[in-house]
Design a protein around this ligand. Structure first.
Ligand code: M6R
Length: 601
């Protein structure tokens, strides 16, 4: 959560404009408030902070207020410590207004670190945990230390996953520390340097990057200095670290809405091709991963939120297709399984962003027990990708809407392919998934969307929506509920069809909406029985199924996709969630209180 973009150039650069442009690309990381501080050619320091999304910021008014200059530091915020206000937006400053700091993550020992500063007379002007970094740097520099050394000493004291960048607005020197949250240096031409929490913050200007690893920091000299190459250090020892420049091949996908009104619908429609892209992998890599799955003593598939639901579906896929027992776990709960992890365990970590802190913590647990980590990840160069022993890319292209759609079906596709490969049937898996991709391509047509729009009109006033499924479609029912919750703000609840009679049926009244995911598999007879139980109590039954039935009040046809049913079943619900959001006056791309990349616990 939170996005950081810093630019340090020389000469006649327009640093605030470059930072603004980069921050707009990172808006998905947080959109409560934003701020930019710049230093102009005469050394004048200006700061602009606003509540709300940076996407709406007009570059002309930003230029008017901040002018141009060769150094600027910016931040888009997802509030953790302190409410949403200009005062709490970053950059934060020390008492003298000299050190500007932007920060991502949480300082867990905040109270303990703040108290002595207050006792020594430092004035805090915000409620953020970030601000204490500025005051410590101020103290250390007051004792004659350089910015780099001061930032290093503060970084050593911080507990929790975070990253910060500190700019000395007098010398224009910059120090950036990574303590579990990503920070990447972009090396442009003519001494132009960027620092960002995501390569997309500067990818339009340079593809040459230097990764700051965990517990390391980077130091950039002032814009007037001759050597413009950053230097890197260990935070603990202060020892110099050598780094290579890596050229990023990843394009990040198209970042515009390509004519669509919202990223969400654009990304839903991109599923016409992303399923095929997800399985477009080197056979040897899939076979190698499948071999590891077969030979591991204990396999855990782990993810958070939607990715967690995909992992739960994966458990069924490996059982049904490969007769292989794998355990799925929600990332934030994974530590409870630590007693079962050994060097022979394989952890499959599933994530769109590769930056979800719950998952990164889960990996740490697995690694501490010597387990091997295979990640399925969408963002190239992400922390997850770099921390894994092996990785497979989802190839879905940039996913910007907070609600995951195309990455979800890419994850499902890749797990299905791995399950087939584990069963020694890679070719069968490929054939099935390519057929599914073609069927999804046909399904995503304007008439289909119109039919779902009509359903959305019927459901827009609902207080609750229930979703049921069985077998592999039980986790998909839960995922459907997540989609509806985060985009339409309607209370939605997904559960196993068989559980209905154990409690939730008491909530069903005349007109209660219930989506039934009825795949053409072993569970069909029973899930249809559950649908009838809802209907018998006056419920409004929406069937997501290859065939219509008298039990359905409304039918959303999906292809008969066999083992790929989770992929085709979730897509109509994604479209429904999108149209419910529009009808209820909600921006489907940016749900309240959420962020795309969840980098806090
Ligand atoms: O980037 P990740 O896949 O690791 O993200 C995990 C969850 O935060 C994410 O799936 C979240 O649940 C989405 N908002 C769901 O649409």
């Amino acid at each position: 959560m939170c996005g950081i973009v810093v630019y340090s150039g020389r000469g006649r650069d327009d640093a605030p404009a470059l930072v603004l442009e980069g921050l707009k690309k990172l808006e998905y990381r947080g959109y409560d408030s934003w701020g930019i501080t710049s230093v102009d050619r005469k050394g004048r320091v200006s700061t602009l902070k606003r509540v709300g999304k940076i996407g709406g910021a007009d570059p002309r008014s930003v230029r008017k207020l901040l002018g141009s200059g060769s150094v600027a530091v910016g931040h888009t915020r997802w509030a953790t410590h302190g409410g949403i206000s200009e005062r709490n937006a970053h950059p934060q400053f020390d008492c003298a207004g000299r050190i500007a700091v932007v920060h991502n993550g949480i300082i867990e020992n905040y109270q303990e670190l703040k108290a002595p500063l207050v006792a020594r007379g430092h004035r805090f002007t915000s409620e953020t945990d970030t601000e204490l970094i500025t005051h410590y740097i101020e103290e250390y520099m007051g004792k004659g230390l350089s910015l780099q050394e001061a930032a290093r000493l503060v970084a050593r004291r911080l507990k929790g996953r975070s990253a910060f960048v500190a700019v000395d607005t007098r010398s224009c020197r910059i120090a950036a520390a990574r303590l579990g949250a990503p920070l990447i240096v972009g090396v442009g031409d003519k001494g132009r340097l960027f620092i960002s929490s995501d390569v997309s913050g500067f990818l339009d200007h340079t593809k040459r990057v230097m990764y700051i690893d965990d517990n390391e920091m980077a130091a950039l000299s002032g814009s007037g200095d001759r050597s413009r190459m950053p230097s890197f250090f260990e935070i603990g020892s202060g020892k110099r670290v050598r780094k290579r420049i890596i050229t990023v091949g990843w394009k990040g996908g198209t970042e515009s809405k390509s004519g669509y009104e919202h990223f969400l619908i654009k990304e839903i429609m991109e599923q016409k091709r992303t399923i095929a892209q997800a399985i477009n992998q080197d056979d040897w890599r899939i076979r190698q991963a499948a071999g590891r799955i077969r030979n591991a003593f204990g396999v855990f598939i782990v993810g958070a939120g939607t990715a967690g639901r995909v992992c739960a579906a994966g458990e069924y896929l490996f059982s049904d297709i490969a007769r292989k027992h794998v355990n799925s776990a929600v990332a934030s709960e994974f530590a409870s399984y630590r007693h079962y992890l050994t060097r022979k365990t394989l952890m499959i970590a599933v994530s769109q962003s590769g930056e979800t802190v719950d998952l990164l913590d889960a990996i740490d647990v697995a690694k501490s027990k010597g387990a091997r980590v295979l990640s399925l990840v969408n963002v190239f160069g992400s922390t997850l990708m770099r921390a894994s022993d092996d990785y497979l890319m989802l190839n879905a292209g940039a996913e910007k809407a907070v609600a995951s759609t195309k990455a979800t079906t890419a994850q499902l596709s890749l797990l299905t392919l791995l399950a087939y490969a584990t069963a020694g049937r890679l070719k069968d898996g490929k054939r099935l998934l390519l057929d599914t991709a073609a069927q999804v391509n046909d399904m995503l047509n304007p008439r289909y969307e119109d039919r779902i729009k009509r359903l959305a009109r019927k459901l827009k006033g609902q207080k609750d929506i229930f979703v049921i499924g069985r077998g592999v479609n039980y986790p998909m029912a839960e995922e459907a509920a997540i989609k509806l919750q985060e985009t339409s703000y309607i209370h939605a609840h997904g559960f196993a069809g068989g559980e209905l009679k154990h409690g939730p049926l008491a909530l069903v009244r005349k007109g209660s909406a219930c989506i039934v995911m009825a795949a053409n598999d072993d569970s069909k007879r029973e899930i249809m029985g559950n649908a009838m139980e809802v209907r018998a109590r006056g419920g409004y039954v929406i069937g997501v199924a290859p065939e219509n039935s008298d039990v359905f009040d409304y039918w959303l046809k999906v292809p008969d996709a066999g083992s790929a049913s989770p992929i085709v079943n979730i897509i109509p619900v994604q479209i429904l969630a999108y149209h419910l959001a529009l009808l209820r006056g909600i921006n489907p791309d940016y749900p309240r209180n959420l962020a795309k990349s969840v980098t806090v616990k």
